[in-house]
Structures are given as structure tokens and as C-alpha cells.
Design a protein around this ligand. Structure first.
Ligand code: ZN
Length: 227
């Protein structure tokens, strides 16, 4: 008689190729999910992160890896997608505003919406998203109240939700700082050197943008706490 296969637990993971989302993917695998990775080629300056996403997905043995192209350059309005310079120091804010110019207008809503469609199609129970609100407090779409609002979208706007089993939106790193994410990465044996956090493109990370600086600070702090 053929063995009846147990239904697998499936999760969609937003995988950008950066340290946070790569660590998240390792974490989701470690708690027993089959991974359906989704990576967005949205016209970001950093093309290198797409290679990292692909490589991490391959190492992790994801069940499927979707690369979705949406050209947010046509909309612009961000230093990551438009002809603006990426700030070369930390915590640079636009004048009269608390929002950094590396904010990409409504990006996470766009990503989560497409991930929700994907999750519904592959029968995933949850979407895992590596937002954290501590280090990037300037981004409106990384805040806990935003995530809660999107849970409502998932509940009200999908067939699954209406039928009583809404797709969960999970953000386990929401209150982690960078050094806690690095510690998690070390614990899970994430190949940190294969991830790409820099906002710029190139052979090597620039070492000067906010994302590079945060990553460096996180790694240094994590190392110190191991001493
Ligand atoms: Zn950089």
C-alpha cells in the first residue's frame, strides 16, 4: 500500500537576499515549514541582492522560488529606485520629515499583496516577512500597527480569509535589533557572507550607506556579546 504523505506545512517567505530575510528563511525552515520563496526585482539599485536571494534559496532547498518583476523605477520617488544619491551616512532624513529617502513608496504593501496572492495559490498557511521596527523606525510600512492592518487585509480580502482560515502574516523579527538578528543568523548557520545588505550595487558593499553601517554595527555588537 502506498504511504499516505502527511500534508506539509507551507510558508511563503519574502526573501530579498539581505541578512534579515535570509536569516528569516533559515528560521522558517528550522521550524518545519516547506519554503515558497518570493523575491522582487522592483528596479532596485542593488542588483547584487537578487543573486544573493537566488543563492540562499538554492542552499536552503526551497520548494519553489518566484522572482517577480515590478518596475517601481517608473514610479520612482526613492533613493533606491530613482536618480537620487543613496545617503552615505546613517540616519539621514529628508528635510522636514522623519522618513529616510531610501523609503520606497508603499513598497511593502505592494510586496505583501503579491505574496498574499502567491500564498493563497500554493496553499500556504503563513507569510513570513522580515520587517523590524527598531533599526528602521522611519519606515511607516515596518511598524507593528501597519502589520496588524495588513492582517486585516488578508482576513477580509481573500477566499481563504472569508472561508475562515486566513493566511497568517508572521514577523518574528519585528522587535529584534540588528545584533539580535546576527546572533540568530549565527545560531542557524546562515552563510552571512553570501547575503547582501548594501543599497548600492557593485562587487563589494559600499560600507557607507545606512544599511551597510547598520549591518556592521550589528555584527560588531553580536561578536562583543559572544566574548
Ligand atoms: Zn552600502
Amino acid at each position: 500500500m502506498r504511504e499516505v504523505s502527511k500534508k506539509s506545512k507551507r510558508a511563503v517567505v519574502l526573501l530579498s537576499g539581505g541578512l534579515d530575510s535570509s536569516t528569516l528563511a533559515y528560521y522558517v525552515k528550522s521550524i518545519g515549514y516547506d519554503l515558497y520563496a518570493i523575491t522582487f526585482d522592483y528596479g532596485q539599485r542593488s542588483r547584487r541582492e537578487l543573486n544573493s536571494a537566488e543563492e540562499i534559496g538554492r542552499i536552503l532547498g526551497v520548494k519553489e522560488h518566484k522572482f517577480i518583476k515590478i518596475n517601481l523605477r517608473e514610479i520612482g520617488g526613492s533613493a533606491l529606485t530613482d536618480k537620487m544619491e543613496v545617503p552615505k551616512f546613517s540616519r539621514l532624513r529628508m528635510e522636514h520629515s522623519q522618513i529616510p529617502i531610501t523609503y520606497v513608496p508603499a513598497r511593502n504593501t505592494i510586496f505583501l499583496s503579491i505574496s498574499l496572492a502567491y500564498a493563497e495559490v500554493v496553499g500556504a498557511d503563513a507569510i513570513f516577512y522580515g520587517a523590524n521596527c527598531l533599526d528602521y523606525s522611519g519606515y511607516p510600512d515596518c511598524r507593528p500597527e501597519y502589520i496588524d492592518a495588513f492582517r486585516e487585509v488578508a482576513r477580509l480580502g481573500t477566499k481563504r480569509g472569508v472561508e475562515g482560515s486566513p493566511i497568517r502574516i508572521e514577523t518574528p523579527f519585528l522587535f529584534y535589533d540588528k545584533s539580535q538578528i546576527v546572533k540568530k543568523a549565527l545560531e542557524l548557520n546562515v552563510p552571512i557572507e553570501k547575503t547582501w545588505s548594501c543599497y548600492e550595487d557593485g562587487e563589494e558593499p559600499c560600507g557607507k550607506c545606512e544599511s551597510c553601517l547598520l549591518r556592521k554595527k550589528g555584527i560588531e555588537e553580536a561578536k562583543r556579546s559572544f566574548r
